[in-house]
Write a protein that binds this ligand. Sequence first.
Ligand code: HEM
Length: 161
Amino acid sequence: MATELTAAQLRAYDGTDPSKPIYVSVRGKVYDVTSGRGFYGPGGAYAVFAGREASRALGKMSKDEADVSGDLSGLTDKELGVLADWETKFQAKYPVVARARRRLNSAVSAQPPQISRESTISSSLLRPSVSVNSVLPLAVLFSAVLACLWLPNNLNGMMCM
Ligand code: HEM
């Protein structure tokens, strides 16, 4: 069994051939849902998901053909939460048999904005000028206090009166 499936390969497991298992992909993980043939087999309530990456449709609670994809762009936090619940259910109920090839899981195309946002945040956190500017005066103050406490009394009198 291949560990990665393309969209075209996944389509072969849509339940129309009764000798083959039925697969559904959720967030790039391909589940063998053959035990749910009543749901996903031909004429089943969720046959539209068979042999497909269904993440967007699951998040939106939609059975529209146009939503059956891995494109998560524009989904609300609530819809992403619904998708996460579905993923938990699939993980508990069905074995994972493969991964969907990244190009098929076009959820990937929804990620670059998030990644660039994250990298903007982390690069601003890591900017050295911020930490040097705030730490340097504190370090000077701290060493002055230490000097006053530890220098011999005669010097101490001169410096810290
Ligand atoms: C009036 C609307 C609906 C009703 C009454 C309904 C009812 C049900 C019921 C009774 C189950 C079986 C639960 C179980 O035994 O685990 C189920 C499962 C499911 N429903 Fe719906 N449903 C509706 C709409 C939808 C819609 C719009 C979607 C689109 C995402 C959806 C997706 C699913 C999926 C993926 C399963 C899981 C099947 C499995 O266990 O593999 N349902 N639904």
